[in-house]
Design a protein around this ligand. Structure first.
Ligand code: ADP
Length: 842
């Protein structure tokens, strides 16, 4: 600063609202800021400015409770300190914040607020004269007569006495001694008050004392108290060199950046308020005995730790988490089966079996409060409403809902947390979820348990086991917490696409509820009852503005989507809504030939709003969604011998699958393509062996008409889509049919699809996923499904309309399959020799 002359601080100052400390003129204090306003101030002012003036800001102690920081500006404290930012350090850990090193210059008061956003800017009036701080030891006060002179002399003497009690060999003390003589007397109350141990409240009193006399009066008792305390300490501890050192521990703040005398350990800390409130919160958190003991121990450690130590933040974070966890906070269950039934029915169409089981589950819970029942696991293709049923269950119970996505989790610390010895250690997802919901009895949806991975960092499934086991989970120990947390009140629900990849031990703990795909009719209902109204609302449209007729919906379902659930259907409806929203906003009618003609233009020349509602017909649909990606292709592709239609099951639902075969001259080799697994390859060999063995009976020949179909012939079997890996025995009957068609030169019926495992003797064995497969056949427009006899019972699960619309042939052996697959039976009209009936003995 310039020498001589009164220095004026700028009359407009950006204001920093500080919670954690009070800056007095003449001292340097480190502040951590993270509130939006303060962050803006640092970003827009301190980091952007280039002049010295731009580094001067005003600090106003915020006396309001920081917990209740609202968006609106609190009433500002009447006196603040203008300060110069000496250093700005930004960090993102544990949350974005800046640390500012600020040296106090002088007091000011706010005369008017200029703006509140993005940071506070105010017109200020300077209260202290700045030149006095910069001129060398002035004795303006000492020469003054009267009370003030006396006071300042007394204060000076007391400060000297304090220094006399400290060890001069410590550089900080020596520097303070030098400063004491070179500083103007009137600055002493501020400087000393910020160096000795004073609480924030006391510092605030010194700051508020605008008149010098009052300032001396306020600071003197604090100084005397410090001296008395030190005397007592020295007396009781027999001043050993050790103690001297302890007396001078390094504290934050003070005249020297980052330093302050810590004159008495038992004295009130300036973080005391903060610690006190943390301690109160620890006691108020109502945690179990063991956790409380750990917390108190950590708290004790924390109190002894300087804030600059990295461990301070770690311990602090840990304690904050412990305090926030809902150890004994729970929401009240509201269990009314009648209401639950209504709510489930209102939220979801169809899925009766699932809804029934969920209601049973809830009913048992109502009768027996502490249910150690199985964990429900909804298994089914994507988009069939597994998550949304989970959400409904939480709603019927009046509980909080939290979804934990497990897809791709391959580290057990994801579930159980990292030990606190790691840098950046965190609690696991379970504890984090509990912190988020704030109660200990939420509904946790463990999404995609079938997609848990495994890695060197331990098996997450093993950690989940502990979470889900009712015998163990009352004392679940997260590595980060390192104390047990009772999870027994949490209601866990899991979802998966398939049970095949769920670790067996985990599967054992769960009750699997299959959620199969929907039929077209169900999808139309779901669309009209739920998806369309939801999407309309999400896009700000009303039924008066957009109408999607039922056959358009059916068109979307059959030609624009091919899925078991309704997720892409929902997306397509969303696309339509967006397109219509643009039209509505623009005020144009949709360019559909048979939609109503445009209304006449308004007088002002603007286009009139479109005729409402905009009806989405087939033309409009094509306009918006483009040409349909899926056409009914079944009948078209069965126009050659050597093609048959199979049914496959994938975790995404059932699918139809064409099996194609061709033959060329060769040496009897079989080529298989389409990324087949071993089981499928074996099925192909089985099929060929069986056909060769029965070639005569079924009049199968090679290309030249010889009775062995493989003689001088190479065969190629292909399973589209070539990029998808396929495996499983259920394609057996399809391969046989396809080859029989190839060897006999006859076409397979174009409206037949089939599934079933085969044996070498020609029996047809049952397979899984019948419901999904039949639904896929129905979706694809197939009329007849051939399936193993022993799968007949699975047909009961099918919706009545699907059963009515499809013909089912349940086959015991391959002969029955072939007879149903070819028009007029197989080997056709001429083949008449009846064979002894083969019956399965399995
Ligand atoms: P999943 O968890 O099985 O993959 P979601 O629960 O995310 O599927 O469901 C996808 C969307 O489909 C959601 O918007 C859901 O509300 C809707 N949905 C699915 N099934 C039904 C149904 N039976 N009735 C009403 N809406 C449904």
């Amino acid at each position: 600063m310039s020498s001589g002359g009164a220095i004026q601080i700028p009359s407009r100052l950006p204001l920093l609202l500080t919670h954690e400390g009070v800056l007095l003129p003449g001292s340097t204090v480190r502040f951590s800021v993270d509130s939006p306003r303060n962050m803006h101030l640092v970003k827009n002012r301190l980091l952007r400015g280039t002049s010295l003036k731009s580094t001067i800001i005003g600090l106003i102690p915020n006396t309001r409770d920081p917990e209740h920081e609202a968006d609106d500006l609190p009433t500002l404290h009447k006196v603040g300190t203008a300060g110069i930012a000496v250093q700005v350090v930004g960090s993102n850990w544990p949350k974005p914040h800046y640390t500012l090193l600020i040296t106090g210059l002088c007091r000011f008061s706010v005369t008017s607020l200029l703006k509140e956003r993005p940071f506070v800017l105010a017109e200020v009036e300077q209260l202290d004269k700045l030149e006095q701080y910069t001129s060398p030891a002035s004795d303006s006060v000492t020469t003054e007569d009267g009370e003030l002179g006396e006071l300042s002399q007394k204060f000076y003497q007391a400060a000297l006495q304090l220094l006399g009690m400290l060890d001069m060999s410590v550089p900080v003390v020596a520097k303070f001694r030098r400063l004491l003589d070179s500083l103007p007397r009137e600055t002493l109350p501020d400087v000393v008050a910020s160096m000795i141990r004073t609480s924030n409240k006391e510092k605030l009193q010194v700051l508020d004392a605008v008149s010098l006399e009052e300032r001396f009066k306020k600071a003197l008792p604090m100084l005397t108290r410090q001296i008395e305390g030190l005397k007592l300490l020295q007396k009781t501890r027999k001043a050993s060199p050790d103690n001297e050192k302890r007396v001078l521990s390094v504290r934050k703040g003070g005249v020297f950046p980052g330093r302050q005398f810590n004159l008495d350990e038992d004295d009130e800390d300036e973080d005391g308020d903060d610690m006190l409130s943390l301690e109160k919160r620890v006691h108020a958190a109502n945690m179990p005995e063991a956790a409380l003991r750990v917390c108190l121990k950590e708290l004790k450690r924390l109190k002894k730790m300087p804030q600059s130590m990295p461990e301070y933040a770690l311990t602090r974070n840990y304690l904050d988490l412990m305090v926030e966890l809902p150890w004994s906070k729970s929401s009240k269950d509201r269990l009314d089966i009648q209401a639950a039934r209504t709510l489930l029915n209102n939220d979801h169409y169809a899925m009766d079996k699932l809804k029934r089981r969920v209601l049973e589950y809830l009913a048992v819970r109502q009768l027996k409060a502490s249910l150690k029942g199985p964990i429900l696991c909804f298994v089914g293709p994507p988009g069939v409403g597994k998550t949304s049923v989970g959400r409904s269950i939480a709603r019927t119970l009046g509980r909080e809902f939290h979804r934990i996505a497990l897809g791709g989790v391959c580290d057990q610390s994801d579930i159980r947390g990292h030990r606190r010895t790691y840098v950046g250690s965190m609690p696991g997802r379970i504890i984090n979820g509990l912190k988020t919901v704030g109660v200990n009895n939420p509904v946790f949806l463990l999404d995609e348990v079938d997609k848990l991975g495994k890695s060197l960092q331990g098996d997450p499934a093993a950690a989940l086991l502990e979470v889900l086991d009712p015998e163990q989970n009352h004392s679940f120990t997260d590595h980060y917490l390192n104390v047990a947390f009772d999870l027994s009140q949490v209601l866990f629900i899991a979802t998966a696409n398939t049970t095949a990849t769920i670790p067996p031990a985990l599967l054992d703990r769960m009750e699997v509820l299959q959620v199969p795909g929907y039929t077209q009719e169900e999808k139309v209902e779901i669309a009209h009852r739920h998806l369309i109204p939801n999407q309309l609302e999400q896009h700000g449209l009303t039924p008066q503005q957009l109408h999607i007729p039922q056959d358009t919906t059916l068109d979307i379902i059959t030609r624009y989507t091919r899925e078991a659930g309704v997720r892409s259907l929902e997306r397509k409806i969303g696309t339509i809504c967006r397109a219509v929203a643009v039209r509505v906003a623009e005020g144009h009618a949709l360019s559909s030939p048979d939609s109503a003609p445009q209304s006449p233009m308004h007088q002002d020349g603007k286009a009139a709003p479109p005729e409402m509602p905009i009806v989405i017909d087939h033309v409009a649909l094509k306009d918006i969604l483009g040409p349909p990606p899926y056409e009914m292709e079944v009948s078209e592709r069965l126009t050659l011998p050597g093609v048959a239609l199979g049914l496959a099951w994938t975790p995404l639902g059932g699918e139809i699958m064409f099996v194609e075969a061709s033959r060329t001259e060769g040496e009897g080799q079989l080529t298989l393509t389409g990324q087949l697994g071993d089981v499928m390859k074996e099925s192909a060999h089985l099929a060929i062996s069986w056909l060769r063995a029965n070639a005569k009976r079924y009049e199968l020949t090679n290309m030249g008409g010889a009775p062995d179909p493989l003689e001088g012939t190479d065969i190629h079997l292909h399973f589209p889509a070539g990029a998808v890996t396929k495996d499983g025995p259920s394609a057996g009957v399809t391969i046989v049919t396809c080859l029989a068609s190839l060897f006999s030169g006859r076409l397979v019926r174009s409206d037949v699809a089939m599934t079933g495992e085969i044996t070498l003797r020609g029996l047809v064995l049952p397979v899984g996923g019948i419901k999904d497969k039949v639904l896929a056949a129905h979706r694809a427009g197939v009329k007849c499904v051939i399936l193993p006899k022993r799968n007949e019972k699975d047909l009961e699960d099918l919706p009545a309309n699907v059963r009515a619309e499809l013909d089912f042939v349940s086959a015991v052996n391959l002969e029955e399959v072939l007879n149903a697959a070819f028009d007029g039976g197989f080997p056709g009209k001429c083949g008449g020799r009846p064979l002894p009936q083969l019956m399965s003995k399995l």
